[in-house]
Design a protein around this ligand. Structure first.
Ligand SMILES: [Zn+2]
Ligand SMILES: [Zn+2]
Length: 295
């Protein structure tokens, strides 16, 4: 697994790349526009070219783009759904210009009177995804992220995500697994044995071949709380043992990005999370070697 953090692009793409290098990132995630809305700022070709070169020189990749949070592919309001489609198609194109491999998006929200992960909301989502893929036919893959099932959120269970992702070709649509969201939905990743089983269920229902990005976030909120509050890796209710299991699972694609979207509550927060993750990656290898010697 390659580790990285979510970085701001407020000062431009080159500045973001320099920050990623400074932190020792192996991969990195950005928003391609303000996550709260408004028109996307045009990308500056020189700035983008310098960013690409820096990332390449320092072997940082893939670059992952996160779509804004206001996206609602299941909206029953036609104007909102159309706007979400337009923004996501635009973000895929912007991601391609940036040299990114993936755009990660949350799916959106159902109507309050619809059942959780209900068929109608899923079918509106499929229509929206079809429209997006008609508008954008480039190489960037769209990844659907699991949610914590907060409020009317869609896509909190592997089953619901499976009904969406399997409709589309594997090279166009994949999945992103967020550990904090899964814990909020009730998948107990704090128990290392259960964590292995959960990835097995993911494989059975969604297919680990669809999994392209992992969001390595610990959770401030309880198992099954349906709340989405990220915590530093190992400092929340998932804890180090659960993360160690996920990070070292041999069934994951080699070099899969493990991105931390953890709180920025101290000047060294990102650095600390990256070194925690790296220590867990090494911990398993060292443990296995020690065990071997003892035998
Ligand atoms: Zn996430
Ligand atoms: Zn979240």
């Amino acid at each position: 697994m390659r580790f990285g953090v979510h970085l701001s692009i407020q000062g431009g793409m080159e500045k973001m790349a320099r920050a990623a290098i400074g932190l020792g990132c192996e991969t990195v995630q950005v928003f391609s526009r303000s996550p709260r809305g408004g028109k996307a700022k045009p990308l500056v070709p020189g700035d983008v070219a310098r960013m690409k070169q820096l990332l390449q020189e320092h072997d940082i990749g893939p670059l992952v783009v996160h779509a804004p949070y206001f996206i609602n592919l299941a909206s029953t309001e036609e104007s909102k759904r159309a706007y979400s489609i337009q923004v996501l198609a635009e973000d895929l194109l912007r991601a391609e210009v940036l040299g990114a491999g993936f755009v990660v998006t949350h799916i959106g929200h159902k109507r309050p009177d619809e059942p959780s992960n209900g068929e109608q909301a899923l079918s509106r989502t499929i229509d929206s995804l079809n429209e997006i893929l008609d508008m954008y036919s480039g190489p960037v893959k769209l990844l659907l992220e699991n949610t914590s099932g907060q409020g009317q959120e869609i896509g909190s269970t592997f089953e619901a995500l499976g009904k969406l992702v399997h409709v589309f070709p594997l090279d166009r649509v994949g999945t992103c697994f967020d550990t904090c969201h899964a814990f909020g939905q009730g998948y107990d990743l704090s128990d290392p044995y259960r964590a292995g089983e959960i990835l097995q269920a993911y494989d059975r229902i969604l297919g680990l071949e669809t999994l392209e990005v992992i969001h390595l976030n610990d959770s401030k909120m309880g198992l099954g709380s349906h709340r989405d509050r990220h915590q530093h890796v190992g400092k929340g209710l998932i804890g180090l043992e659960g993360f160690k299991e996920i990070i070292n699972d041999p069934r994951l694609k080699p070099g899969i990005p493990g991105i931390m979207e953890t709180p920025n509550d101290s000047p060294t927060a990102d650095e600390d999370n990256l070194s925690t993750a790296r220590a867990l990656r090494l911990a398993r290898t060292t443990g296995a070697e020690t065990g071997h010697v003892k035998e």
